[in-house]
Design a protein around this ligand. Structure first.
Ligand code: ADP
Length: 528
């Protein structure tokens, strides 16, 4: 039996101490173990007494180090072991490892150790480093997607989260898209790695919608999430999501998924919120830069519009008026009047387009949804162009089902139909063909696909991405000297987006152009 080495009354003092106090004999037997030691290592005093210190609290790979240290002390050759801070790794009773800082001293063949758990301090320091690395990474990121990848990579590589994701809202479509995902352990994410989520759905969707941090302690039991089964299948058990915001606007969510049950941890949530704040600021900065570029470009293109499209008809009007007085032939005078009328018409269309766009963009133009038959609407639109089509010897074909019910604003969708058809006819030379098709999409229930195709002058492939920008006109239209404002498609797209639909130029290389519109039959059900 060992001898108790503490003087009378020392027990009360040891119990009060916030540091773990452990005393061991030179052969490693535990002879003292205070309350703080019980809390730090998880073993009670009774359980600890008489145990070998290395067996009890050293991770198996470190046991030899503990024993070697005790041997040196027993040999009277302590080296640098005594009376200075040492960093050791210990194991808690529940199996997790913890870094401890300890100071040793020796009296009467007994080694006394004061120790405390430094994991929180070390994590704090690591978190500060991660935050600094992320903010540096964001500053240096060449593109937004690269910046997003750096953030999730830091959470995976530096923090050890098996899966981390950054989700951002697509404002036009009102869906969340996964901008970056890091899969640290190379798990098979086939069913887990979805690309889009509706606001309010799953962890990213609820964090986005509520704008609040969410800790999911048991992913497998979170049946509200569309991915709960997929998560359980690949061993993901907990998840934390924090909102990404700028000011009061929520832009998305930063989410991490872990494979160990963990309690909500304020320090970790603090780190994630800090990272999310960096991402929010970064996105705000990029938006401001993009807006500035967009504004400068719009100004240039507006100037081009004013110089060409405004001055041309004005010059013609002024020139024709000058001729008017000299012209005695009533036939010629009538022709001159028609020319002035046409030019005035072009200017009036331009003014209307500009006002229309301003109203749509400011949101002051409301969309009045009602059930309607799109097939009917398209036939009416085609019928009103008959005169213009005949004058240009164009064939306008319709391939439509007998009925195509959708919910939308009849006036606005008619505007889209007229605009698409008039563009196709305007940019197709005499004798050409325009085809309007619409029908339910067999691959996507509830969606309508509507295409307008022509065999006209077409749009060069490299110019297509710029087509939906204000005032942009393709080189083919400019070369053919066909008048226009470059506003019709922007207006069309805005109206379709208000219906939660999309418009794009089809990837065709043949003659002419094909525009593809996709429209949900019930846009109200898709909006928030
Ligand atoms: P606008 O026709 O008044 O110029 P839009 O916004 O309707 O304006 O169209 C933008 C540009 O897109 C046009 O200037 C033209 O270059 C191109 N475009 C649109 N529709 C067609 C089409 N069917 N064929 C060829 N080019 C087209």
């Amino acid at each position: 039996m060992h001898q108790r080495n503490a003087p009378a009354g020392a027990d009360a003092v040891l119990a009060m101490m916030s540091e773990a106090y452990v005393a061991v004999t030179l052969d490693g037997r535990i002879v003292e173990w205070n309350r703080a030691a019980e809390a730090t290592f998880g073993w009670s005093r009774q359980q600890a007494y008489g145990q070998d210190i290395a067996q009890l609290i050293a991770p198996p790979r470190h046991r030899a180090i503990y024993h070697a240290g005790l041997l040196r002390l027993a040999d009277g050759d302590p080296g640098r072991l005594l009376e200075r801070r040492l960093q050791l790794t210990a194991t808690h009773r529940d199996g997790h490892e913890l870094p401890v800082e300890t100071v040793l001293t020796i009296t009467d063949q007994v080694v006394h150790a004061l120790a405390h758990d430094v994991s929180a301090a070390l994590r704090g320091a690591r978190f500060t480093m991660i935050e600094a690395a992320v903010s540096r990474g964001l500053a240096e990121a060449p593109t937004s997607s690269n910046a997003a990848a750096r953030v999730v990579e830091a959470l995976g590589v530096r923090m050890g989260w098996p899966v981390s994701e950054l989700w951002l809202i697509d404002e036009d479509r009102q869906v969340l898209t996964c901008t970056a995902r890091h899969n640290r352990a190379g798990r098979d994410l086939a069913h887990f790695a979805i690309g889009e989520l509706q606001p309010g759905t799953g962890l990213p969707g609820t964090v986005y919608q509520d704008g609040r941090v969410r800790w999911v302690p048991d992913l497998g039991a979170d049946t509200t999430s569309p991915r709960y089964r997929a998560a359980a299948r690949i061993g993901l058990r907990v998840a934390v999501g924090v909102p990404i915001r700028t000011g009061s606007r929520v832009l998305g969510a930063l989410c991490v998924y872990g494979d160990r049950a963990e309690e909500p941890d304020e320090l970790l949530i603090g780190l994630l919120c800090g990272l999310a704040a960096h991402v929010g600021q970064y996105l705000e900065r990029r938006r401001a830069e993009e807006l500035a570029i967009d504004l400068a470009r719009t100004k240039d293109e507006f100037l081009a519009l004013v110089t060409h499209e405004l001055r041309n008809p004005l010059a013609i009007i002024l020139g024709t008026v000058a001729l008017f007085e000299e012209e005695a032939d009533p036939e010629e005078q009538a022709q001159n009047l028609r020319t002035i009328g046409n030019c005035a018409e072009r200017l009036s269309v331009m003014a209307d387009d500009l006002l229309e766009l301003a109203r749509l963009e400011s949101g002051s133009l409301t969309i009045e949804m009602a059930p309607l038959d799109l097939a009917d609407l398209l036939i009416e639109s085609i019928a009103t162009t008959k005169f213009a089509a005949d004058a240009k010897d164009l064939t306008v074909r319709a391939e439509l089902p007998p009925r195509l019910p959708v919910c939308g604003d009849p006036d606005r969708l008619r505007q889209v139909a007229d605009n698409m058809l008039s563009n196709a006819m305007k940019y197709t030379p005499k004798g050409g063909t325009v085809t309007v098709r619409a029908g339910l999409d067999p691959a996507a229930p509830g969606w309508v696909t509507w295409t307008v195709a022509d065999n006209g002058i077409g749009i060069p492939v490299d110019e297509r991405p710029r087509l939906f920008r204000r005032f942009y006109r393709a080189s083919t239209a400019l070369e053919a000297r066909i008048p226009g404002t470059g506003l019709g498609l922007v207006i069309t797209r805005t109206i379709l987006e208000r219906h939660h639909g999309t418009i794009a130029v089809a990837d065709t290389t043949g003659p002419g152009a094909t525009f593809v519109i996709r429209l949900p039959q019930e846009p109200l059900a898709r909006s928030r």
